[in-house]
Design a binder for this molecule. Sequence first.
Ligand SMILES: [Zn+2]
Length: 128
Amino acid sequence: MKAAELTQFKKALLELREKLMENVNLMEDEALGKSGHEASGNLSNVPIHMADVGTDNYDRDLTIGLIQNGEDELRAIDEALEKIGNKTFGLCEGEGCGKKISKARLTALPYVKLCIECQRQEEGTGKS
Ligand SMILES: [Zn+2]
């Protein structure tokens, strides 16, 4: 891959990273704010009105799920940035693969780790 292209991907990754960090921070605030708000004893959050608490927990679980996704994504972005540094960026991490990931795929998702074939296999929809 050309240096200019790498620079572009790096820029895209850094921008994504920034946005994602912001989102994760916001969601963390929300998740923490909620639990701190409605229950005084934050950790041992004993439900009183089951129905209300149920939806609240659902919301919070959802938010926590999103935070975890965001953190996974951040990790993937960091790894991708590292790979730009050691010049393995854009190569598939699938076992025994190591093929170049298509540029279209990288442009859509610069921190993607697998080529389309490996991705399909991993999702179990491939022809293995
Ligand atoms: Zn692959």
